[in-house]
Design a protein around this ligand. Structure first.
Ligand code: C5P
Length: 215
């Protein structure tokens, strides 16, 4: 089996940035598991499948028409990369992600990303559920305030205005759902290394992670 670097943590903590950096350094493949949950939520909204329609959601999860091409997310042939990034889809993703049958239906697909030479897997349960055998597990944390501030700056740099109060409350609601669900709740794996990024720059986080690879 191929080596996996598992990166877990709450929304807006910098997992995606770290995952991309480690992919560049190692030449490993990337799994953005959140994008799979977002694609599922997007598809459910598009096809009017409600969160109560369990068979409909499971069927969609098992046959999800999503493809990852370079850095783009393609849903039924349409590039939905920016569409799935909005907070409406994120909130819907965290609702469908709380359904055990949905998570089970997406498990095999996620495991399939572990190909040569290795994988950097970004999500909430990479080290606990999907790749429990991963030799390197990193769990990133930061206060909700710091994460909301980073998100606002990211949006501003994209020319999008953002309300810090709204974003903080969205992030906290999503974290609460992710932490308190019964299946695969957001918790650090017992063998993970926890990095609090609140007071660290992106470069400092990346350096710490690189150190871990050589331990
Ligand atoms: O990481 P991202 O913000 O794109 O994830 C969107 C949502 O998908 C999360 O809030 C979470 O509810 C869900 N998710 C999950 N398990 C993962 C990745 C994402 O439950 N491994």
């Amino acid at each position: 089996s191929h080596p996996v670097i598992a990166i877990d943590g709450p929304s807006g903590v910098g997992k995606g940035t770290l995952a991309q950096y480690l992919c560049c350094k190692t030449g490993f493949n990337l799994l953005d598991s959140g994008a799979i949950y977002r694609a599922l939520a997007f598809g459910a909204l598009k096809s009017n499948i409600s969160a109560e329609n369990l068979p409909g959601l499971v069927n969609l999860a098992e046959n999800l028409p999503v493809k990852f091409v370079d850095t783009s997310i393609i849903y039924e042939g349409e590039d939905v990369t920016s569409k799935v990034r909005n907070e409406e889809v994120a909130a819907a993703a965290s609702i469908v992600a709380a359904i055990p049958e949905v998570r089970a239906a997406l498990l095999k697909r996620q495991k399939g990303f572990a190909m040569a030479p290795g994988l950097v897997a970004d999500g909430r349960d990479m080290g606990t559920v999907v790749f429990p055998q991963a030799p390197v597990k990193i769990f990133l944390t930061a206060s909700a305030e710091v994460r909301a501030e980073r998100r606002v700056n990211q949006l501003k740099s994209q020319g999008v205005s953002a309300n810090i109060v709204q974003i903080t409350s969205d992030i906290m609601a999503r974290d609460e759902r992710d932490r308190t669900r019964t299946t695969s709740p957001l918790v650090p794996a017992s063998d993970s290394v926890i990095i609090d990024t609140s007071e660290l720059s992106i470069n400092q986080v990346c350096d710490k992670a690189i150190d871990l690879l050589w331990k």
